[in-house]
Design a protein around this ligand. Sequence first.
Ligand code: ACM
Length: 504
Amino acid sequence: MGESWLARMAAGVLVGVALAACAVGGGVADEVNLVPLPSEVEILPAGFALDEPMVISAPPEAAAVAGHLVRAVLDATGRRPELGAAGAVRLSLDAPQAGAEGYDLVVDPDGVRLSAATPAGLFWGVQTLRQLLPTGPGRQIDGIRVSDRPRFAWRGAMLDVARHFFAVADVKRYIDLISAYKLNVLHLHLSDDQGWRLAIDGWPDLTAVGGSTEIGGGPGGFYDADDYREIVAYARDRFVEIVPEIDLPGHTNAALASYAELNCDGRRREPYTGMKVGFSALCVGSPATDRFVSDVVAAVARLTPGPYLHIGGDEVQTLSAQEYAAFVERAQELVRATGKRMVGWQEIGKAKLAADSITQFWQTNDPPDEVQQAVRQGGKLVMSPASRVYLDMKYDADTRIGLDWAGFVEVRDAYEWDPATVVQGVGEQDVLGVETPLWTETVETIADVEYLAFPRLPAVAEVAWSPQRARSFDRFAARLASHAALWKRWDVTYHRSPQIPWAD
Ligand code: ACM
């Protein structure tokens, strides 16, 4: 950044006020290595020197956000800022124009001024500042003015903790990493054929039996209510909403192995640790299944402060269309009775949906009829096209882990698409946001997760946050290259994609 800073300072002297007209994409914004690209960036002629101990001031409602900034500055510079009144670094909640999640940032010789309408906006501004901080003591933050608003409200990642279990500390680590790139949703895939990962009152065998397996025969695991609350609180402190998914009525072998009465023949299934999909389904329409689904939905809703509850609904191959639709409609009724909005994979488009239910597009190999049906019913979409944003797809034939049923997905594939044009008949107004799922059939450790997420997750974060007209893969790749230094500092495992011009 030093060289471009000098070049810009020289140019700034020459063009002066012309710079006041902000440029986006292909202009000054791309000279600062911010990911995701902000909506407006202006380079200012002089920055803020970090030679004094930094003092940060913030209103009481933003004290927690200021705490995140303290840790970020300490991490980058090795010097701990103080919190105090009238600091040179000022966080304020006096920018109503910034909306629910936007922020305005100015760095100049007088200091750093970060303003937003909400603590969430300030937090995303702090993530921008983290990328602007110099590393090491005695440097400056270059002069800049940023005015930034997200394109989409739902900017998600999904982690499958069912195929392989991930401990609370791993989930927190992933929350840290996704929120650094301004993602605000972590969808947890909490149940599948190979494991049930959340304790449900009154159904102890779901975790005692269903929680004890995972792909490959490992010990599995589960979250009790306190673990889950700890994850939710950690996420909320980073303005990330946890969206819990209990996958129903298929992908349910772990439940079917835990309780005999959930099977139409009254016999428990054997625990399953393989990779095949589509073979399992609850005994839909039975009183036992209805009691089970009611209890599970109520329990998950009680534990989850956020507005969404994901009921899965994907890849059910053993039910008739009528049985499937009736099940989804009953699940929707139960979810709505808890005051939550139902989310489901795209197959739920075949059922009669409430207008506030959300459909998640994923299957790029099939015609998108179900997705179009969901939109015709008034619903909004979360876009997770597998051939673009499934982080479990291999980068190329040599990738050590991952699958390839949706094709190889390199960084350019993850970046170069527009959520508003990917499905015929679905436009910007139908899209609530973008989510990048990571299924864990072949993924066993958090280092595996990171290897598949980086650098594709930052690419998807830019798809979700930045204006479409400002995005270009080559300029993104150039900006992203410098992030390897951040990942090194954060000890992030990543793929050295040949599509990124890494600096070293
Ligand atoms: C899915 O990938 N089965 C949603």
